[in-house]
Design a protein around this ligand. Structure first.
Ligand code: GTB
Length: 218
């Protein structure tokens, strides 16, 4: 059955792979599932046709036959549960990998997202200079904890899993912030994720949308 996901027609990240379709593309590449991409303008995302798929009028969505999903974490979990390669077979290890998925999106992403939004939307506000150190501190707190837990391991819990996939996409949002450089093991962890062939295929495909190349899916 054909899988179709949605993505920005013109991503504000200019092809840096920071929008949340990237994690879905990467997951599909990891499990070897071909997919089509429907590109949407900001206006089209708010039209009834897209809101029928996504109540909040956002990307990404995922369609497969009668199934329509929204929320990138739920989509990645669906892919990981249906296809081998992103979750361990052992039940306890699988539950732990899912914990890391939730940790990436529920514990690590919020302070990173909040900081990113402030740097975009609040830079010209009177409070920005005062607020930024507080936002930085919240991010640093999470990075300290994550770096301590990861230590010198390659991945968060044994083999690469959907938990690592989500965590790497979350951490990448800090590229260019200067905050990651204090955490060499997290930098190496991100680099390991980015070096995966599936990541690279996904990245090239989303970049091709920005540079005007084709987005064939695979
Ligand atoms: N919780 C949802 C999920 O995980 O799927 C959040 C989905 C979401 O935020 N989608 C964004 C969207 O559709 C795109 S990814 N925004 C349009 C809207 O709400 O009207 C967020 C994003 C946007 C831009 C950058 N960037 O430029 O770097 C990075 C991430």
């Amino acid at each position: 059955m054909t899988i179709t996901i949605t993505a920005f027609e013109r991503s504000p990240d200019r092809g840096r792979g920071l929008a949340r379709d990237m994690r879905v593309r990467w997951a599909l590449e990891e499990v070897g599932q071909p997919y089509d991409v429907r590109l949407l303008s900001f206006a089209a995302m708010k039209e009834p046709a897209h809101r029928a798929l996504h109540p909040f009028g956002q990307i990404p969505t995922y369609e497969e036959g009668d199934l329509v999903l929204f929320e990138s974490g739920a989509i990645v979990l669906h892919i990981a549960e249906r296809h081998a390669g992103l979750l361990p077979d052992d039940a306890n290890a699988r539950a732990r990998a899912i914990s890391w998925m939730f940790a990436a999106l529920g514990t690590v992403e919020p302070p990173i997202f909040e900081r990113a939004m402030a740097t975009i939307a609040e830079r010209d506000k009177a409070w920005y200079e005062q607020r930024l150190p507080m936002l930085d501190e919240r991010v640093r707190g999470r990075l300290d904890e994550l770096a301590n837990r990861l230590g010198d391991a390659d991945w968060l819990d044994g083999a690469f899993s959907a938990g690592d996939l989500l965590m790497v996409t979350v951490l990448r949002r800090l590229n260019g912030s200067g905050m990651l450089e204090d955490y060499p093991n997290l930098c190496a962890y991100i680099a390991r994720g980015e070096a995966r062939p599936a990541y690279q295929r996904a990245f090239e495909d989303q970049l091709a949308v920005f540079t005007g190349g084709s987005t064939p899916g695979r």
